[in-house]
Write a protein that binds this ligand. Structure first.
Ligand code: COA
Ligand code: MG
Length: 295
């Protein structure tokens, strides 16, 4: 079995929508985000939890979200709402269920057991919020589950607001104190063969600052970014789509290795630059990313 849970779907823009916001839910079909995450957790107040579940049920009864990936974020399994949320999500069978406050691999395995027990098809995967100090310390062992398809783990989501809250890290605009942990998430996701999307940008009216943060996240290796407002979709789609120059360069590398005079060679040169077969693999990955990123 191929140890790779990352899908060939684009996850450049993942928009959170509180399940209590019926007006926003009704408009989702017209938005260009790759993923929608319907939230039952942080964006829903303690007294609104049942209303949120009722809305979610109604929303899934009349699907209107087209091709995009649909994810439900449940409350933590340690909270009073977690078990009921997961049971409901199991009946709705979204593309993925996002588990918050994951601390250890066991948290994934237990949620997976519950889904298996409810006969939920393997097509419903599990995404994990990485937002606690324990999750950061356990990143390697959590990500390792990605290598076993039966664990369902397919994506990490950076929970930067919670991480700031839990650690006391100063949340300065350039995120210099968060970056080491963000890079660890990317590294772990790659080791586990899963995708990883960056945390949210709270100052949603500041589109320049948002676009800059998307560029930085793309440079760190993230597959996309979680969003809180429709105004952020376009910049995220653009930042996490491979640039035309990068696509052209990748095509040139693939063509060069495919040409008969380079058959069997480990290293060649293109325009004065050394290119090895590892660059070929990198180029193929970029082209497959470009192929799934709708323009
Ligand atoms: N998804 C879909 N539509 C959204 C949206 C979202 N996350 N956020 C706003 N909209 C819609 C609004 O409903 C509004 O629609 P309308 O023009 O038909 O009235 C339009 O976009 C413009 O919204 P705006 O007035 O600019 O913002 P707001 O004051 O209505 O909402 C927030 C601001 C931050 C409260 C809202 O964007 C939000 O709830 N975001 C998600 C928060 C969340 O899920 N957090 C948890 C993860 S961190
Ligand atoms: Mg949170």
């Amino acid at each position: 079995m191929k140890p790779d849970q990352s899908t060939r779907r684009a996850r450049r823009s993942a928009l959170y929508v509180p399940a209590t916001n019926e007006k926003a839910l009704a408009k989702l079909g017209s938005l260009a985000c790759d993923v929608v995450i319907i939230d039952l957790e942080d964006a829903v107040g303690p007294d609104e939890k049942q209303t949120a579940r009722d809305n979610l049920k109604r929303f899934f009864a009349a699907p209107s979200w087209g091709e995009r990936e649909m994810v439900i974020r449940v409350n933590a399994m340690t909270s009073e709402w977690g078990a009921d949320d997961l049971a409901l999500a199991a009946t709705l069978q979204p593309d993925a269920i996002l588990l918050p406050k994951v601390d250890t691999p066991r948290d994934i395995l237990e949620a997976n057991d519950r889904l298996d027990g409810a006969d939920v098809p393997a097509a419903t995967t599990l995404w994990a919020m990485i937002e606690t100090p324990r999750a950061i310390l356990n990143l390697g062992s959590i990500a390792e589950l990605g290598r076993d398809r039966s664990s369902r783990l397919s994506c990490f989501v950076a929970g930067t607001n919670d991480l700031v809250k839990e650690t006391g890290i100063s949340d300065v605009p350039d995120r210099r104190y968060l970056v080491p942990f963000l890079l660890q998430m990317v590294m772990a996701a790659r080791a586990g063969g899963i995708d990883v999307v960056d945390g949210v940008f709270n100052d949603f009216r500041n589109l320049d600052g948002f676009a800059r943060q998307c560029e930085e996240a793309a440079a760190m290796g993230f597959d996309g970014k979680t969003l809180i407002h429709p105004g952020q979709i376009e910049a995220a789609n653009s930042a996490f789509s491979p640039a035309p120059e990068a696509v052209a360069e990748a095509r040139a590398i693939v063509a060069a290795f495919a040409s008969p005079e380079n058959a069997g060679k480990g290293v060649i040169q293109i325009s004065g630059r050394m290119v090895e077969r590892l660059h070929l693999a990198q180029a193929e990955r970029l082209l497959s990313k470009a192929a799934v990123a709708p323009s």
